[in-house]
Design a protein around this ligand. Structure first.
Ligand code: SF4
Length: 306
């Protein structure tokens, strides 16, 4: 009898040990970011994945050994395969965080903020690297917004209000941009906003090629530091610059012809749309810009480019 009780107790203890090992294993791996289910936008639901547990998990008392062994989770999601094709589900590869632009590593926003501040100080408040320094500008307008932004807006240069306040897109056109961002359910402080040139061209003329070439290096460094998923060019000048056409005459180029397409810019997805100052003159184009903004945020959230 005593032997039966003892073997029964051992069986229960063994079972409890197995349960504990499983709970600890799952808990520990979730802490390391590996979860047995992943949200799949294609089906609009959490997708369960088969988890192959390491052999060691089968033995109570060997939890540490089990935790050291990486589980194989299959299948992983490839968000760029056609919905319903099943081609995106491939066994034996680790689950990766959903990314809108494959391979784009997102930097630590705190480090980016520090690096952006270092760049701002490097440019200086009295930068004289290009002719715009001597043409009546009051302030160097560096850029503003979230250093961890998924979406960065780029305009051509500061206007009168921006020159006075030292912040991009705060005049009438900027306020319209902010209203449109809010209208589609987003906030201005979740994006980053900057310009090709940081000083106001006199009379709001288009920046000269030399000015764009010199100051544009700073824009490139801003983009490289933030590494956004999406860059939105606001207006023709910014669009042409970001497409590498900054010394090409603008004849024949129009936002209307090129908006809607997605291309690469320094590892980000580049979208073109109208400058908000154009919308002040042509409010009927607002719907198109609204669509472009929605598309930018949707791509930044991981949707596949059409
Ligand atoms: S536009 Fe740029 S490069 Fe030119 S003076 Fe201003 S900050 Fe310097």
């Amino acid at each position: 009898m005593a032997g039966d009780e003892s073997s029964g107790r051992n069986a229960i203890l063994s079972l409890l040990g197995s349960i504990k090992a499983l709970v600890m294993f799952e808990s520990e791996n979730c802490l390391h970011g590996v979860t047995p289910s992943v949200w799949d936008d294609r089906v609009g639901a959490q997708v369960k994945h088969r988890v192959e547990l390491p052999d060691a998990i089968q033995k109570p008392g060997s939890v540490k050994a089990a935790a050291r062994q990486a589980p194989v989770i299959s299948p992983s999601l490839n968000l760029f395969d056609a919905p319903g094709s099943g081609a995106g589900l491939r066994a034996g590869t680790p689950v990766v965080e959903k990314k809108s632009h494959p391979g784009r590593e997102r930097p630590d926003p705190e480090k980016t903020a520090a690096s952006l501040e270092a760049l701002r100080l490097e440019i200086g408040e009295n930068c004289r690297r290009c002719p715009l320094a001597g043409l009546g500008r009051k302030r160097v307008v560096f850029g503003v917004g979230n250093p961890g932004a998924d979406v960065v807006f780029v305009g051509e240069g500061p206007g009168e209000d921006e020159d006075r306040q030292g912040e991009p897109f705060v005049g009438k056109a900027g306020q319209l941009l902010t209203r449109m961002i809010v209208k589609i359910g987003r906030k201005r402080n979740e994006v980053y906003i900057c310009n090709i040139v940081k000083c106001r061209p006199p009379g709001n003329r288009e920046p000269a090629v030399e000015e764009k070439k010199i100051c544009g290096k700073f824009l490139e460094r801003q983009i490289d530091l933030i590494k956004p998923r999406v860059v939105v060019a606001l207006g023709k000048t910014a669009a042409m610059y970001l497409k590498g056409m900054f010394d090409v005459p603008p004849a024949g180029f129009s936002i209307g012809k090129h908006r809607g397409s997605v291309e690469d810019y320094r590892g980000s997805m580049l979208l073109l749309t109208y400058h908000p100052s154009y919308l002040l003159r042509s409010p009927s184009a607002s719907g198109m810009v609204e669509d472009d903004l929605k598309k930018a945020f949707s791509l930044a959230a991981g949707d596949r480019p059409a």
